[in-house]
Design a protein around this ligand. Structure first.
Ligand SMILES: [Ca+2]
Length: 369
């Protein structure tokens, strides 16, 4: 299985303008230099405190996720190295949106606040230039106009180590225009909103008087109380032949056969919920989390003992792209396929630059008791 590389505006812009915005080089030196950035972990061992019961009344569209100690990460066959090692974590109970935030919900937020998303603004090259190789030339101004990353099927099989083969920097693509000018969300009101940058998700959460989940909260919720299972619903990908998540069927990234009913995003609640009543905790769209992403986060966390409500590293570091800080995304998407990444597993994780939205990243919120 090839390494699932981070999708970022800078990487695709660079490739498409034949520039040297690589941002994709690997280095271990940076990791050593930044090793002082230990995780913001709490207690060294989890307590036996009893789990608080669910509050009486649920906020609309939210499910109570009971506090628990669980095993975070995975060393199972097929897991990415950044998911290992497994380690014990405890999180307190919290409310979680049962679905990803939909276009209809995001529209209500924008109507109320006149919020303008990152994709609707020109790329801030002065800011982006700090996260690419020194000396990287500035792309043409026209390429820095408002836009976002749009998945585009290839005409033939392509090497899976170059994501610019199927990601296109599309001017005018934003949450209202998922494929760019001429496209719309009419008829897709109940689909997850996409082209959402991390800052956009945080702004929505604040408006809704909620917050983004930590990675630990998200993974605990996705597991639905199951122990050591590969998927949010068990160990079998298609129990009884039934599709349990919106993933990529066919030959990635050339032809999605929509064997599970959908090529592209699906309306929320199209697939069965997990045991906590949460929908799409694997597949459909990735979900932003509040944590900074480190590819070695689990390796740093494990020796610290059981983490208590861990909120992640104090800063980001990605071995495959060390110059670009990233936030965690979880859950995989409709583009996940065993030939590329099985990221619809609860332990799967990836880092994405906070300024990078795309057609397969959305979010959901949580709320403390
Ligand atoms: Ca699908």
């Amino acid at each position: 299985m090839p390494s699932a590389r981070p999708v970022s505006t800078r990487a695709v812009l660079g490739a498409q303008t034949a520039r040297t915005i690589s941002g994709m080089s690997s280095t271990t030196a940076s990791g050593l230099l930044r090793a002082w950035a230990v995780l913001a972990l709490g207690c060294a061992s989890c307590s036996d405190q009893s789990h608080a019961s669910a509050p009486d009344s649920a906020p609309p569209g939210m499910r109570w996720i009971p506090g628990a100690e669980f095993t975070m990460g995975s060393a199972a066959q097929g897991a990415h190295p950044n998911e290992a090692p497994e380690h014990r974590v405890r999180v307190d109970g919290f409310w979680m949106d049962e679905c990803a935030v939909t276009n209809a919900e995001f529209a209500r937020f924008v109507d109320a606040t006149k919020y303008v998303t990152v994709a609707e603004k020109a790329v801030d090259w002065e800011q982006m230039s700090k996260t690419v190789e020194p000396g990287t030339p500035k792309p043409p101004d026209e390429a820095l106009a408002p836009g976002s990353l749009v998945y585009t099927p290839t005409k033939e099989t392509v090497p899976l180590d170059n994501l610019s083969g199927w990601w296109r920097w599309q001017l005018g693509a934003d949450w209202r225009h998922p494929e760019g000018p001429g496209s719309a969300i009419v008829g897709r009101e109940m689909h997850p909103v996409v082209h959402i940058a991390w800052d956009d998700a945080v702004a929505y959460a604040a408006w809704a008087e909620k917050r983004l989940p930590t990675e630990a909260e998200w993974e605990h919720a996705a597991r639905g109380g199951l122990v050591g299972k590969r998927y949010a619903w068990g160990d079998e990908f298609r129990p009884g032949g039934k599709a349990m998540a919106n993933t990529y069927t066919g030959t990635f990234p050339m032809k999605d056969t929509a064997e599970d009913g959908y090529a592209g995003t699906a309306p929320v609640k199209s697939f069965p919920p997990n045991a906590y009543g949460l929908y799409d905790m694997g597949g459909n769209v990735w979900n932003w989390c509040s944590d900074w992403f480190r590819s070695d986060a689990h390796a740093l966390a494990a020796p610290e003992g059981c983490g208590q409500n861990p909120s992640g590293p104090r800063e980001s570091w990605d071995a495959s792209d060390p110059l670009s800080p990233k936030r965690v995304i979880k859950g995989g998407s409709y583009l996940c396929n065993p030939s590329y990444c099985e990221s619809y597993r609860p332990s799967a994780r990836r880092g994405t630059p906070p300024d990078t939205g795309s057609t397969h990243v959305g979010f959901r919120c949580v709320k403390s008791r």
